[in-house]
Design a protein around this ligand. Structure first.
Ligand code: ADP
Ligand code: ZN
Length: 310
């Protein structure tokens, strides 16, 4: 990015915390701030106040990019465009995020899922450069995934909801709570491997399970099925695995092994053999992909507005 790149405000909206920042790109973030996610009114006001202060301190920003927990309405023709829609998060159902910021700041606003923001940032600046199609999956408080195809973030009737892919129930589980923990599905990925599901399933906090605990094999097995389904439907060039649970360094090699095992030799491509280390990878931007992706969403919104008016 050149010195003349415009300032963009970025908002990464998570169910636990909101991270906002202002800058021009990954090497030029002038300020970053965290706000706890409480009620929509309090939280959005808190973000708005911080953005106003950041603007006074650092100057006018040309656009705002928002990567949010969902589900979201991303259909520009819908009356509910820019809303968080049917989220299970109490108090946040049908929250109009985009209009809130549009009224206050009068700049173009880019809006997408937190994981689509993350996949965009990894594509532009991280572990996904030149890798199209690209998938980014987070395994944290929930499981979600963003998808980039032909240089575009994938939307449609809704947006990808990779966390709820159905997988075979883990067999021979020694778990305390054996059922899938998702209130909607009997056997989905999130219901077995998000942080809270792991804790309930094994009766121990996910981050305090020992390295040799059978939970990790089981988590790898579930993830292996999810990655096989994604490989077969999207034919990605790379899949990036992030989120708190993936901080367990032993998981990625286990997951790679389960993916190869479950594919059972059906697809003979290097990515599913000797080059698997290049196919299933950690994020290149660490925990910054959501915030930087939000910035990229803002930049895209700014460019689109320029194109419309030129
Ligand atoms: P969020 O999904 O809210 O953005 P994270 O990606 O940090 O945040 O995920 C938080 C979840 O990940 C929690 O449920 C936590 O138990 C789990 N987690 C965080 N760190 C670890 C770790 N080192 N090992 C296993 N689980 C972890
Ligand atoms: Zn589910």
């Amino acid at each position: 990015m050149s010195d003349k790149a415009p300032l963009i405000a970025a908002i990464e909206m998570g169910g636990t915390k909101i991270v906002c920042g202002i800058g021009t790109g990954p090497h030029d973030m002038l300020a970053v701030h965290r706000i706890e996610t409480t009620t929509p009114e309090e939280t959005l006001e808190g973000v708005s106040r911080w953005l106003s202060r950041a603007k006074q301190e650092h100057g006018h920003f040309a656009a705002i990019g928002i990567g949010s927990f969902g589900p979201l309405d991303l259909n520009p023709n819908s009356e509910a465009y820019g809303f968080i829609t049917t989220t299970p998060k109490p108090g946040w159902q049908h929250t109009d995020v985009v209009t809130f910021f549009k009224h206050r700041f009068k700049v173009p606003i880019g809006f997408d899922t937190d994981v689509n923001a993350a996949v965009l940032a990894e594509y532009l600046w991280g572990a996904g450069q030149g890798m199209d199609p690209l998938v980014y999956i987070t395994v944290g408080t929930g499981v979600g995934g963003g998808v980039l195809v032909n240089g575009q973030l994938l939307h449609g009737a809704l947006h990808p909801e990779i966390g709820h892919l159905i997988v075979p129930p883990p067999s021979n589980s020694l778990a305390v709570q054996r059922d899938c923990q998702c209130p909607f599905h009997k056997s989905c990925v999130e219901g077995y491997v998000c942080g809270p599901a792991i804790s309930r399933r094994w009766g121990v906090r996910a981050d305090s399970l020992p390295l040799d605990h059978p939970a990790w094999e089981e988590i790898a097995d579930v993830m292996g099925h999810a990655l096989m389904n994604l490989t077969l439907t999207l034919s990605p060039r790379r899949i990036i695995l992030g989120g708190g649970v993936m901080d367990q360094a032993q998981l990625i090699p286990l997951i790679r092994g389960r993916l190869i095992h479950q594919m059972n030799g059906y697809l003979l491509v290097p990515q599913l053999g000797r080059d698997i280390d290049q196919y299933i990878v950690q994020p290149g931007l660490g925990s910054r992909s959501g915030l930087l992706g939000s910035l990229a969403l803002g930049r895209m919104a700014m460019d689109q507005t320029k194109n419309v008016h030129s």
